[in-house]
Ligand binder design. Structure first.
Ligand SMILES: Cc1cc2nc3c(=O)[nH]c(=O)nc-3n(C[C@H](O)[C@H](O)[C@H](O)COP(=O)(O)OP(=O)(O)OC[C@H]3O[C@@H](n4cnc5c(N)ncnc54)[C@H](O)[C@@H]3O)c2cc1C
Length: 420
């Protein structure tokens, strides 16, 4: 069977959906082909025993600029976390709160008493973060970029505050060796300073679903693409589609297989989801463990404190995330449960493990120097989009989809102008 379309987008993750929307809004005919049974790619949500479980713990930061043109944040009903962290340390019992004094003044006293805020360390943190917080900061290729570890060393950020920042960031960029690009981490820092991350009322999948609902033609689900070329796509069902442009928005590994280009290595995460009858804390905060050799959990939260819609009435949902390193055994359920008992100071043997998500490729590794690629073209008529071409984030995936669409629209308008 053969057919044609002006543009074919392969993959209905955030990059593909954003690209399709940007093209459609300019009158371009687009077909979106998705191998999976729903849109969203790495952002999916399942209902399990009345709980909402995302496929791996993640949060939506409403400050991401790429959301603005495409997403109705009010309609998502974002349930925000507080702007701070709860810390389990050797000497803190119960959890100790460190929070942004501007947005969470109720915790100023605790934050000052945390013992982490030596003036020299605060000065070093301010020096390290300053470039990201300026009014005109943008992510660019032409600035020096070193690893986050090196930039913090250069700023003189050491001691207990450095340990807090490192532990928090390892749960965001999914590495604990400090290798991630400072430019990327500065982008995230800027967003944390401007927005309070949260969870949509119906789960993270509500974000891609909203993007898909705005398309003129529905995404074609269950449609795996097996080969692509300039202006050409073949599906597993044997359909041959010709197009002016094919956009490969499949995620890095599938894109590499389809285009024969090298893939970006990935970083993984394991999230454990527990149903509990009694919340071990009422804080709507991410919790990190600063005890000596604490165990594999890099962050945990009573999710339903921030996002009540994630648990049925009278029950609570706890997440615990650990790094899933390439080539290493995933954490065991017993290790995670034991560490959580230590963090929250309650027995966890009665906690019901609803599910564990082992996600070997959650984010592309993004070492320094970060390349925010402007040229996505593989060959004329075949381009790529996805977080692996920008930053490993919701923002990065959407920006890259938008950029792919703009490149095509630019050429199309230029072509039409010449014809006229
Ligand atoms: C556990 C986890 C936690 C995260 N936490 C955060 C966070 O807190 N904040 C943040 O900003 N970002 C976070 N991210 C990153 C963010 O979710 C991703 O960067 C983003 O969703 C990637 O979107 P994408 O469109 O580039 O790729 P994907 O979401 O991977 O989409 C690719 C799509 O292509 C489809 N596809 C693949 N091959 C084919 C084929 N041959 N034919 C047809 N379709 C195909 C796939 O099924 C998929 O739907 C997290 C990711 C994970 C997994």
């Amino acid at each position: 069977m053969s057919s044609s379309a002006e543009v074919v987008v392969v993959g209905a993750g955030l990059a593909g959906l954003t690209c399709a929307r940007a093209l459609q809004s300019e009158g371009v005919g687009v077909r979106v082909l998705e191998a999976g049974d729903a849109v969203g790619g790495r952002i999916r949500t399942d209902e399990v025993d009345g709980f909402l479980l995302d496929r791996g713990f993640q949060l939506l930061n409403p400050a991401y600029p790429a959301l603005r043109p495409h997403v109705d944040l009010d309609a998502l009903g974002l349930q925000s976390f507080r702007a701070g962290l709860a810390i389990r340390s050797e000497r803190s019992e119960p959890l100790l709160v460190m929070a942004d004094p501007r947005r969470e003044p109720q915790w100023i006293g605790q934050t000052m008493r945390s013992g982490k805020l030596h003036p020299a360390a605060l000065g070093a943190l301010a020096r390290w973060a300053a470039p990201a917080l300026g009014v005109d900061w943008v992510l660019r290729n032409d600035r020096e970029d070193v690893s986050r570890g090196e930039s913090m060393d250069r700023a003189g950020l050491h001691g207990p505050l450095r340990k807090v920042v490192d532990t928090f960031l390892s749960g965001v960029v999914l590495e604990d060796d400090g290798s991630t690009s400072t430019a990327f981490v500065h982008m995230l820092t800027r967003m944390f300073a401007r927005g309070k991350p949260g969870l949509p009322e119906r789960g993270m999948q509500a974000l891609p679903e909203q993007l898909a609902a705005g398309l003129d033609t529905p995404v074609e689900l269950g449609t795996e693409v097996v080969s692509v070329g300039p202006g050409r796509v073949e599906t597993a069902g044997g359909e041959q589609i010709t197009a002016d442009l094919v956009v490969v928005a499949t995620g890095a590994e599938a894109a590499a297989a389809l285009t024969n280009r090298p893939t970006s290595p990935g970083k993984g995460i394991t999230t454990h989801w527990y149903a509990v009858d009694e919340a071990p804390t009422d804080l709507a905060l991410l919790v990190i463990d600063q005890r000596t050799a604490p165990g594999p959990v890099i962050n945990t939260a009573v999710l339903s404190n921030a996002a009540p819609s994630y648990a049925p009435p009278g029950r609570h949902l706890v997440e615990a995330s650990s790094l899933l390193r390439p080539g290493q055994e995933p954490v065991t359920d017993a290790e995670v449960a034991a560490q959580l008992a230590g963090i929250y100071g309650v027995p966890t043997d009665g906690w019901q493990l609803l599910r564990r998500d082992d996600i070997p490729y959650a984010l592309p590794a993004q070492p320094a120097p970060l390349l925010v690629r402007e040229a996505l073209e593989v060959e004329p008529g075949l381009i790529m989009a996805g977080d692996h071409l920008d930053t490993g984030s919701i923002q990065g995936a959407m920006v890259s989809g938008q950029r792919a669409a703009e490149g095509y629209l630019h050429r199309r308008t230029g072509g039409m102008a010449r014809q006229g």
